[in-house]
Write a protein that binds this ligand. Sequence first.
Ligand SMILES: *Cc1c(COP(=O)(O)O)cnc(C)c1O
Length: 397
Amino acid sequence: MPGFEVFGEEERKHVQDVLDSGILMRYGFDGMRNGHYKAQEFEQKFAKLMGAEFCQMTSSGTSALTVALASAGIGAGDEVIIPTFTFVATFESIIALGAVPVLCDIDDTLCLNPEAVKQKITQNTRVIMPVHMCGSMADLNPLKTICEENNLILLEDACQAIGGTYNGKQLGTIGDLGCFSFDFVKTITCGEGGAVVTNSRSYAENADKYQDHGHDHVGNDRGAETHPFLGYNYRISELHAAVGLGQLEKFEDVLKKQKQYYTILREELRSIPEVTFRRVPQDGKESHAFLNFFLPDEDTTRKAHKAISNAGVDACFYWFDNNWHYYKKWEHLTEQKSLGRLPSDVRANLQDFKTTDFSASDAWMSRTISSLIKVGWTEDEMKHRAQQLKQAILSVL
Ligand SMILES: *Cc1c(COP(=O)(O)O)cnc(C)c1O
């Protein structure tokens, strides 16, 4: 997955443009910037690449989620349905707005289960947020139908699945809004950065203002701009956007290599009858950023994961025990630990995690191992790695 493995001349050239002009800010200073508007250029290229009407860069994937929610008018007390398997950024972005994250079970796609989502809808639900974890997606057609029937917004967190598709469309462009992260370990990196894509002009206009203190961006005099509503500073810098532009130039090559390496690993593991693979919805194509597979039960999976680490194979994850990605280790959320008082709607309405049943999620996650696919490996290293993984798994069966 990580784009930092392929840094080179492309990034250097764009960064040098910015340093030469000295203008590190995306707005203003028009006479001094030698015609360079790196953030704007990235937004135009990325929207085109994704097949979306609009793109708004932000300072991170987390802020992209907050900006996307805010641009759709989500605020205090609104409920947002999210999966139990995601990254902590998902609920952070919701709580930042005073809205309430509602955790919901996943299925064998390792993403939101549409049937479980239906059970979580209340009169306060406003958004369903599937998170395309580890390069693949939820059953998006049923989720879209649920949104249409209940007048809800579909917001895709595509931070880990850039380049994957569903029904021939890029992940992130199927719902009303989609979010991407360009943090240091993502497929395309800016160092830190993110983006919101949408086909809605009003969401795009809201996002543009919200991520820059509510400035209306009308005219060339920043001092004269008005503020139609409150906003924050979630801007991307020109330096970060410049790195992203360099990365975009090799995006296709990175995707190709991910697919090639993913296939090598999958072919090797396919010969083990006890190994099954995560379900990819019928019309979906993975980004191949990870290969995810199941073993028959938790005990075998734990043993296999241990054997894999003992064999010195890195970048293989047992997310069930992970502090960042699975609800079981989010005690800051589940026990409502906060530096200040949490928004009152969150305090009053957060699920009781002692009594809410997520055994369906546990059943899948306890059997899941994920291997990252790194484009920095050589083909021989990938083949060797696939062999080692297979041997390690066989050793515990
Ligand atoms: C990385 C990530 C984010 C947040 O992105 P940052 O740029 O690190 O803030 C959000 N959701 C998912 C699923 C992620 O993997």
